[in-house]
Design a protein around this ligand. Sequence first.
Ligand code: CO
Length: 134
Amino acid sequence: MAVIKRIDHVAVVVDDMEKSLSFWRDALGIRLHELRDVPAEKSQVAFLPLAGAEVELVQPTSDDSGIAKYLARRGAGMHHICLEVDDIDAMLAHLKTKNVRLINEAPRLAVDGKKYAFIHPESTGGVLVELYQI
Ligand code: CO
């Protein structure tokens, strides 16, 4: 049985990175580790590590990305929570037996070799959930 190990990150969609950083970094005082362009996601991402997890602020850099469409439709706000799992294939197979609606039926491979998959908010209480195996 696959095991959820920890919360890896919480992702927030923003429409104004500097304004968001003035809250998360400057007002709350969470250290900004890196502000990085992620061309594959057509977005700029701010990584703010916090006690083994991370807050990620995501701003689209093009109008035609999934994240840009999300921002246009729903506005800025919570985008997804990511949970680390020890065996993503086993967990996805298990979730299918529980009739959980998956966005990715099979894990996708990130550029850094990590496997990930998204679970549909319909099955989670309204929150997009990302599973991720290092
Ligand atoms: Co994520």
